[in-house]
Design a protein around this ligand. Structure first.
Ligand code: NAP
Length: 499
């Protein structure tokens, strides 16, 4: 097995999280490398290349605060443009040269003797004083098992595993799912397919989309006066934060959203029978709100059928629903989401007690401290970890908020000859209690839907239940007092300062 050496820090993943972490570590003079399983940087914005893939967060907000892009062509960017942006940032900040592409972490084990992480990859092994996992919680496709899927004669593609060489033109296409991915896929596929079947288990709340191309003069202005783009970004950020209080209290403002969505539905779907099928029964915001102007008309198109009966089996080239009707398909697109609360990547991370992070979470629920560190997993930091998710604003904001905290911790290790930092279990438990208390009345917990925000116990281990600026404030400084520390064996006799 090739020895890929020892590093001060190893970062897993070269998406927004990994790239941001690398930039901040480099600024702090901390040696590190990034390992990325794909052959490209970009993370989710490289994996998701389905037709119509676009960010439903405004472009000016969906970027690093320190690397604004005056050249966005639309107020809501398409995937290729976001991917180009990430590649440019990685080049401009020297990240690209630190990335090992095509290198997938298969295991990472904390060595409590040597006080380091031992990391196995498909390209060799390496070790690290600290490990930053930026593997992404929306990176593992959820592939439902339908009876007969193994012998289905058509092509099957998950939205995050799109085959760009597949041409849907003139094909009979099935799409399963009605979430954020499906509402972007359906309009484009409908235009080209001979016949489209959309298999809906639960209708989504569809809001009008406010996107528009950004004019040449606006781009020139942002280029010449970056302060104006920063102001626009700030206004978008503040407007989005207004959604938090009603979401937490499940209150009035959500009624406004409901009305806006119902008006949109009525305007776009004249047929009352179809409209009834498309009217959600849960509270808006319980699942991610999906803005689009093209999805509902695509469902009403003559070559589309909205199928609301459950899926029974796949048989040859047919999909058979519970009412016994068989429909022939050339391709089945699974817009069925991701394994989030049951993500298997944590099964590769083995902590101090020899247990994986997955095993620890399976005992109870996914949880950590500040969404970043985990008791029993010293010197492990996770970007976009448990309860850092947000539905109303940019995840890049949350990732950026974590970076000073992580860099502060790693600097603490380095500057004070500390070998290991392990968050105190009591601190982690109190933190999670606080999170769960705040979530209790929220629309994500009480809105009457099932979503990837909730785990098998019905506990919400994904959403940050407060204003995002409060998350940033919390993580501004590394709170060493919340951690057990072990002094480096090379600097002093191993000194346990636990408990
Ligand atoms: P999702 O929101 O989890 O939706 C999955 C869909 O598949 C749901 O409609 C679900 O139905 C359906 N489904 C799952 N298993 C099924 C089964 N066995 N039979 C029938 N239907 C089934 O997944 P997603 O659309 O990929 O979005 C996931 C997340 O990715 C989003 O919430 C968002 O955070 C992110 N995303 C973001 C953007 C963006 O613009 N920023 C775009 C796409 C995705 P039920 O509702 O009945 O469970």
């Amino acid at each position: 097995m090739t020895n890929l050496g020892h590093h001060r820090v190893v970062i897993i993943g070269a998406g927004f999280g990994g790239i941001g972490a690398s930039i901040r570590l480099a600024e702090a003079g901390i040696e590190h490398v990034i390992v990325e399983k794909a052959d490209e940087v970009g993370g989710t914005w490289w994996a998701n290349r389905y037709p119509g893939c676009r960010c439903d967060v405004p472009s000016h907000l969906y970027s690093f605060s320190f690397a604004l892009n005056p050249d966005w062509s639309d107020t809501y960017s398409l995937q290729p443009e976001i991917h180009r942006y990430l590649r440019k940032v990685a080049d401009d900040y020297g990240v690209t040269q630190r990335v090992h592409l095509g290198t997938e972490v298969t295991a990472a084990r904390w060595d409590d003797e040597a006080k380091r992480w031992l990391i196995e990859t498909n390209a060799g092994s390496m070790s690290a004083g600290a490990l930053i996992s930026a593997h992404g919680f929306l990176s593992e496709p959820a592939i439902p098992h339908f009876a007969g899927i193994e012998s289905f004669t058509g092509q099957v593609m998950h939205s995050a595993q799109w085959d760009p060489s597949y041409d849907v033109n003139g094909k009979r296409v099935g799409v399963i799912g009605t979430g954020a991915s499906a509402v972007q896929i359906v309009p484009l596929v409908q235009k080209e397919a001979k016949q489209l079947y959309v298999f809906q288990r639960t209708p989504a709340w569809i809001l009008p989309h406010r996107g528009r191309p950004i004019r040449a003069w606006e781009r020139a202005l942002y280029r010449r006066v970056p302060a104006i783009q920063r102001l626009v970004r700030q206004l978008v950020y503040l407007r989005n934060e207004l959604l938090i209080l009603p979401a937490l209290l499940h209150g009035k403002r959500l009624d406004l959203i409901r009305k806006m969505a119902l008006d949109h539905l009525e305007a776009q779907i004249p047929d009352p029978e179809l409209r009834a099928k498309l009217t959600p029964t849960f509270a808006p915001g319980c699942k991610r709100l999906t803005p689009t102007n093209d999805y509902l008309p695509a469902l009403a198109a003559p070559n589309t059928e909205l199928v609301t009966d459950g899926i029974n089996e796949l048989r040859g080239d047919e999909i058979v629903t519970t009412d016994g009707v068989a429909r022939q398909l050339d391709v089945l697109i699974l817009a069925t989401g991701f394994r989030v609360t049951d993500n298997t990547f944590p099964a590769r991370i083995v902590g101090r007690a020899g247990r994986t992070l997955r095993e620890v979470w399976d005992d109870d629920s996914m949880g950590g401290y500040n969404g970043t560190t985990f008791a029993g997993f010293p010197n492990l930091f996770m970007l976009a970890g448990p309860n850092t998710g947000i539905g109303h604003t940019s995840l890049v904001y949350m990732i950026e908020a974590q970076l000073p905290y992580i860099v502060g911790a790693i600097k603490h290790l380095q500057d004070n000859h500390v070998a290991a930092l392990d968050v105190r279990p009591d601190v982690q438990a109190a933190y999670n209690e606080m999170i769960q208390r705040k979530l209790r009345l929220s629309v994500w917990n009480t809105g009457g839907c099932s979503s990837w925000y909730l785990d098998k116990l019905g506990r919400n281990s994904t959403i940050w239940p407060d204003y995002t600026f409060n998350f940033a404030k919390r993580l501004k400084r590394f709170d060493v007092e919340s951690y057990y520390q072990e002094v480096s064996p090379t600097q002093a006799p191993a000194q346990l300062v636990y408990g």
